[in-house]
Design a protein around this ligand. Structure first.
Ligand code: GLA
Length: 383
């Protein structure tokens, strides 16, 4: 990839880049829609990544080229604002804007972006670009920003330039990932711990529905508001409660269920999921992957039936493997409404599984099913 992006840079700008940064996509084992509720998540960076090659210019111009899309975009440093019609420049510009907000005197630059994180697959291709950009700028302008602060800047880029009020998980996983480890992240305190995840004979198999329903970002923001509503109702009696992290199912019975069955279902899923992750981490520490896998299926059920962020394609894939003894656990992953399921599968059964699920899915959904066996890699780095 390094050579590919270098030669693309050379052919567009007729020079070599000062810097190339790689920042990966992510998976999440369990703990979905918990990050913006101050709960826990268990993500990891994977072997698919975005790459940005950059050189500073002597003037104020910004020139961007997305190699995979063969698209150019130009602006200048006095004119950095979200653009409406194409999305990819927003991830870069949104990240650069964070440096301007800090008062860093930036200069114009030339950049080439390339990525093998599939777009719309729920593997956080946008977070990967944001983290790559923030990391590159920190390096180019010697700003010495610590990594967790860079994670927060990358998240702000998504909020302000892509309009998705995402939690912290994707950017954190991309920036902070560690080879063969998952990150047990407390999204309230941002304390984190690396937990080894090298599984003898078991692989992480991602099955891509190849759909991204247009509801994804609007419903995401709606779920956030539904969770907030539940917290507000609970606070009427328990005023020390700050987020769903502090809420119990008894509190929901008492203060949310009587008011709205829908808000109850949404918030109850989150309260259960926060606990499920805590228990799942114990399973992982005890090497009990069967138990962890069962919880992944429970998570899928909750995301589909209570949180209502699944879709028929994701449900099909999760249901198909549910009784397959070679699949320890499976569930939809990420924000929802399309993208991938994550499956923990015995390595020697993968070919057989693909041979049966691929035609079944394609036949039922009239869509291609693609798949990736993901390995867990390091987070953002200079290459
Ligand atoms: C998206 C968001 C994350 C997280 C997940 C759901 O990936 O970007 O912050 O909320 O959805 O767990």
């Amino acid at each position: 990839m390094k050579q590919i992006i270098e030669s693309a840079f050379y052919s567009v700008y007729n020079s070599s880049p000062n810097l190339i940064v790689r920042s990966p996509g992510r998976v999440n084992i369990i703990g979905e829609h918990t990050d913006y509720n101050n709960g826990f998540v268990l993500p990891a960076a994977i072997d698919k990544a975005a790459y940005i090659a950059i050189s500073l210019r002597d003037d104020d111009e910004i020139h961007l080229f997305a190699k995979d899309l063969n698209e150019h975009f130009s602006t200048d440093i006095h004119n950095i604002k979200p653009i409406g019609d194409i999305s990819w420049p927003n991830y870069i510009l949104g990240s650069v804007a964070q440096f301007q907000k800090l008062g860093v005197q930036i200069r114009g630059f030339n950049a080439v972006l390339a990525s093998d994180v599939p777009m719309g697959a729920g593997l956080s291709s946008s977070a990967a670009v944001e983290c790559a950009t923030v990391f590159a700028f920190n390096q180019l302008f010697n700003t010495n920003i610590d990594k967790v602060k860079m994670v927060l800047m990358a998240q702000k880029a998504e909020h302000e330039f892509a309009g998705v009020m995402c939690g912290i998980m994707d950017q954190f996983a991309s920036m902070m990932g560690k080879k063969d480890h998952v990150i047990q992240l407390d999204c309230q305190s941002l304390e984190y711990k690396y937990v080894p995840f090298k599984l003898e004979g078991i692989k992480i198999l991602l099955l891509n529905t190849n759909v991204k329903h247009s509801l994804a970002s609007s419903e995401y923001n709606t779920r956030r508001n539904e969770c907030k509503q539940a917290v507000t109702w609970v606070q009427e009696k328990y005023n020390s409660v700050q987020s769903l992290r502090d809420v119990s199912e008894q509190m929901l019975d008492e203060l949310v269920l009587p008011k709205s069955k829908l808000i109850d279902q949404r918030s109850r899923f989150v309260v259960q999921e926060i606990q499920r992750l805590i228990n799942g981490c114990e399973d992982l520490n005890n090497g009990n992957l069967e138990a962890l896998g069962k919880k992944m299926f429970e998570t899928h059920h909750g995301l589909s039936q209570m949180y209502a962020v699944s879709c028929k394609e994701l449900d099909f894939l999760a249901d198909f493997v549910r009784h397959n003894p070679a699949v320890l656990g499976a569930r939809m992953m990420g924000g929802g409404f399309g993208g991938c399921t994550i499956n923990l599968v015995y390595e020697n059964a993968i070919d057989e599984l693909i041979a049966s699920i691929q035609p079944a899915y394609e036949n039922a959904m009239q869509l291609p099913l693609t798949y990736y066996v993901a390995s867990i890699e390091n987070g953002t780095e200079i290459i």
